[in-house]
Write a protein that binds this ligand. Structure first.
Ligand code: CU
Length: 128
């Protein structure tokens, strides 16, 4: 199901992994670009988070590190997946609206100034 579409770009299968309020939550989704030009994701925000960052998880010598991601390009008619163990939205300071079973809005911002908002269902640590 496509959560929302604007200019041929959409957010598919969004969800948030929430553990406890003291720990950042993580947002996952697939970004679908059905337009004829590449799009560049530059930032994200949510009223359910104090701040949202773009992160990439990388394993180095068996230890997981999180790297800051400045921007991400999705080619024309391409998709890009944010998923556990890879790219994710890091939701710092989860707010009280972040509750398992609820949905929270997340807005993605692109280099061309466009934004895209979708409701992210909140799940627990195991993805349920
Ligand atoms: Cu992270």
């Amino acid at each position: 199901m496509l959560a929302h579409a604007e200019g041929g770009v959409s957010i598919d299968k969004p969800w948030m992994r929430f553990i406890i309020p003291a720990t950042p939550a993580a947002g996952y989704f697939t970004l679908k670009n059905d337009s004829d030009s590449a799009v560049e994701l530059t930032s994200a925000s949510s009223t359910a988070c104090g701040m949202v960052m773009l992160h990439q998880t990388k394993e180095v010598n068996g230890v997981e590190h999180m790297l800051m991601v400045k921007s991400l390009k999705v080619p024309a008619h391409g998709t890009f997946s944010f998923e556990p163990g890879g790219y994710h939205l890091m939701c710092m300071q989860p707010q009280s609206s972040m509750q398992v079973g609820a949905s929270v809005p997340v807005t993605l911002k692109f280099a061309d100034g466009k934004t895209l908002t979708a409701q992210f269902p909140v799940k627990g640590p195991g993805g349920k």
